[in-house]
Each structure stands twice: as structure tokens, then as C-alpha cells.
Design a protein around this ligand. Structure first.
Ligand code: PLP
Length: 425
């Protein structure tokens, strides 16, 4: 949806089923932030009372975020986003350990994927662990990948595309036993799974992002376990006890504190009501349409995420049709949308490129209602049926017997590549 260009241009009506991409700022969060954008604009590092007052509110926000993880406020470092938290944890762990090998997985977010690519170009070693067909990870693979020169293991808690959960606390204990620092990208977890025992676990670093839990974009958190050595990634002033330079994004941090409070309060809602919405959505589609698969281990996923393979249809076509009807959802992660390549997560799970290109992620959230799901269930089946009837690859196409499916697919891919090359020229 484009941003309003004119004063009188109203927001398009949307059914927002893309809560893993970002979330609406909660009204309570916005309300908490406003005074820090208007009245209380002092710099928290200033010595006078007008600054000290803001510092006091930052302290409260830090306490609220700490409560989400069951840790102390000193273990919370505010950053500019989830990406910065991820980059900082890995960089700091490599610097303080002096080691040159990273263990991660093939299904991480691009924040980790691209940083580890960069580290490889700089001469560091990187092991990217495979996943099973249901998106799960074998603990024995993690154990076998750790070497004497491993400086950090970084494995996401919940996958942003499929919602599949990894056994993070067990992996953290394994790393501790082996004397290796452990980081988890937990950006997709708050308000969806219980994080209140993080400080009791062996996790050394954990990343969060404000805009995934109804706080604004552009604020993040790095949890760093007590006594874990840190080198700053953003180098500047002495903010965040010398661990992250740069004047604090005060209003957003205050918002994040309020959002952390709300997400604790709403955890049971997300785990109950939102799960019911998601499950009804999936069950109804499975009953209504053939050639449809749910990606990821059904009982080891976030309660809000549904990644569905619609065989014989291009996801981009589905997204286009749904967009016209006001439904927001996505194929792959928002950060890689627009790329012609099928999702690296789905390919790592062994989906053929053809099936991976027909996958759509729906992610539900606190503000979704039964009516949203009813509307999506009303419009999706006819869209899929219409698209399948047009696709020569579909068994439902009337001329299907006359087509060589492989040849048609090759031709389609060539055409698509030519179109993209022309666009990129
Ligand atoms: N990690 C995961 C798993 C994510 O889903 C995202 C956002 O999509 C990020 C990291 C990056 O967070 P941010 O957008 O705050 O940089």
C-alpha cells in the first residue's frame, strides 16, 4: 500500500495478515510515547533535571523490557533494530573470544545470513546447519558443528517464514558445556511464546525488535547475560553503559517498554485466541482446496504463523489478487520480497523451487478478528481456483494433457528472468 500523498487521502482498508513483517503500534504504546516527542525532549545524558527526568523514564522502560525476559535491567542494551542487535552479538562474540568460526543455520533471517556471508569474505569460517523437511533442527548437528575455533553459535528461536521453533534452551546448554557463546535471534517470539525464563537459561545473547511487538520501527534490544564481555558495534558516546554509542531513541524506547508490558499481559491471548484463528484458517483451506500443504512442523510452531504451499500457482499472483481485495500477506520475508529466487528457508526444507514459489505466509496478531479470517476464507479459494484454471501446470487446466509440464516450467522461468533483467536494466 502506498503512503498517503495528500492530506485528504485516507488509509486504504486492509485486512492485515502479515504480523511477522511488522505490527501496528498499539494505541497504548503511542499514548505513552507522545509526551517524549512533545514536552519531555531533554537529552537523558544531560546533567539538569529536564534531562534527568527523561533518564528516569528510560530506566523504567528498561525494567519493563527486562521483566519480559526475567532478567535484570543491566542485561538490556537498547539498539536501533533487530538487525543491529544480531550484528552486534555476533561481532562482539568474535571480538571477545578471538576465535574465527561461526555456527548458524541455513534458515536465518537476512540480518544473520548476510552478516555471516560478509564474515566469510573477511576470512572467518561459517558452518550453516541444514534443517529437516519439517523445518526442525537436529541437536546432534549443532553438537557436531562446534569446533575448537568456534567463537559463537547463532540460531534463531522462531523462524519468521514458517514459525518453526528450535530447542533454544537445549542448544544454549550444549554451547555452555562446550564453552562457546550462544546467541539467539528471538525477534519473532515476544507475545507469542513465554520468554520469562531467558535469564535462567544458558543463552548469552538474545535479539528483539520493537516493531514486531506493537512498538515502533527503529528500536531494538540486545539482551546480554550478566558478566558477558561486550565490545560496542556502534562506537560513540558512553550511552548504554558504554556498550552502544548514540543518543537514545527515547520515545521509541518508552514505547517499547509499554509494548513489553502489554505483550506479557497478552501472551495467553496470542497463545489461545490467535492460535484458534490460525488453526481454523488452515483447517478450512485444507478441506476446501486440493494440492495444498502446510510448511513446518505443525505442533512446533509459533501460534500465529501459517506458511502454505498452493501448488500450481505463483505466490506473487496470489499476493497481487489478495492485495486488490485489501488482504496483506507475503511470500518469504519482507526483507527478501521482490527477489526472484525462491525462499532460502523453504529450499533448505527441501521444497522444490516450483513448490517454494507457490508459498504464502499468513501471520495473525492481536488485532485480527474472526471476521478477518472469515473474509480471507471467502476470497482465497476462488482466487486459487481461478489461477489454477489459468495455469498450464495445473492438473485442473483443461488442456493439461497436451502440455509437457517441465518444458512449460522452463519456458516460464526463462520469460520471468528476461522480464526481471529488463526491469533491472
Ligand atoms: N530477525 C528476524 C527473525 C526477523 O523476522 C526480523 C524482521 O523481519 C529481523 C531479524 C530484523 O529486525 P529489524 O527489522 O528490527 O531490523
Amino acid at each position: 500500500m502506498h503512503a498517503p500523498r495528500h492530506e485528504n487521502e485516507s488509509r486504504p482498508e486492509v485486512i492485515y495478515l502479515d504480523n511477522n513483517a511488522t505490527t501496528r503500534v498499539a494505541p497504548e504504546v503511542f499514548e505513552a510515547m507522545v509526551p517524549f516527542l512533545t514536552e519531555y525532549y531533554g537529552n537523558p545524558s544531560s546533567a539538569y533535571r529536564f534531562g534527568k527526568l527523561v533518564e528516569g523514564h528510560l530506566k523504567e522502560a528498561r525494567e519493563k523490557v527486562a521483566a519480559l525476559l526475567g532478567c535484570t535491567p543491566k542485561e538490556i542494551i537498547f539498539t536501533s533494530c533487530g538487525t543491529e542487535s544480531d550484528n552486534m552479538a555476533i561481532w562482539s562474540a568474535l571480538q571477545t573470544s578471538g576465535k574465527r568460526h561461526v555456527v548458524t543455520t541455513q534458515v536465518e533471517h537476512s540480518a544473520i545470513m548476510n552478516q555471516t556471508d560478509q564474515l566469510e569474505r573477511m576470512g572467518f569460517g561459517v558452518t550453516r546447519l541444514p534443517v529437516q523437511a519439517d523445518g526442525t533442527l537436529l541437536l546432534s548437528d549443532v553438537e557436531n558443528a562446534i569446533r575448537d575455533d568456534t567463537g559463537v553459535v547463532s540460531i534463531m528461536w522462531a523462524n519468521n517464514e514458517t514459525g518453526v521453533l528450535f530447542p533454544i534452551e537445549e542448544i544454549a546448554s550444549l554451547c555452555k558445556k562446550k564453552g562457546v557463546l550462544f546467541h539467539t535471534d528471538a525477534v519473532q517470539t515476544p507475545g507469542k511464546i513465554d520468554l520469562s525464563h531467558v535469564a535462567k537459561s544458558d543463552i548469552d545473547f538474545l535479539s528483539l525488535s520493537g516493531h514486531k511487538l506493537h512498538a515502533p520501527k527503529g528500536v531494538g534490544v540486545l539482551y546480554a547475560k550478566r558478566r558477558t564481555k561486550i565490545v560496542p558495534y556502534v562506537i560513540g558516546g558512553g550511552q548504554e553503559r558504554g556498550k552502544r554509542g548514540g543518543t537514545e531513541n527515547v520515545a521509541s524506547i518508552i514505547g517499547l517498554g509499554r509494548a513489553a508490558e502489554l505483550s506479557l499481559e497478552r501472551l495467553s491471548d496470542e497463545q489461545g485466541r490467535v492460535r484458534v484463528l490460525r488453526d481454523r484458517f488452515e483447517e478450512t483451506l485444507l478441506q476446501r482446496l486440493p494440492d495444498l500443504y502446510i510448511n513446518g512442523k505443525r505442533d512446533q510452531r509459533l501460534p500465529n504463523t501459517s506458511n502454505i504451499a498452493f501448488d500450481f500457482v505463483e505466490a506473487e499472483a496470489i499476493l497481487l489478487d489478495l492485495d486488490l481485495l485489501g488482504i496483506c500477506c507475503s511470500s518469504g520475508s519482507a526483507c527478501t520480497t521482490g527477489s526472484l529466487d525462491p525462499s532460502h528457508v523453504l529450499v533448505a526444507m527441501g521444497l522444490t523451487p516450483a513448490r517454494a514459489r507457490g508459498c504464502v505466509r499468513f501471520s495473525f496478531g492481536h488485532y485480527n478478528t474472526e471476521a478477518d479470517v472469515d473474509y480471507a476464507l471467502k476470497v482465497i479459494p476462488p482466487i486459487i481456483e481461478k489461477r489454477r484454471a489459468m495455469s498450464p501446470l495445473s492438473p485442473e487446466h483443461r488442456d493439461n494433457f497436451a502440455y509437457d509440464v517441465e518444458a512449460a516450467r522452463e519456458k516460464e522461468e526463462k520469460l520471468m528472468a528476461q522480464t526481471m533483467a529488463a526491469i533491472n536494466e
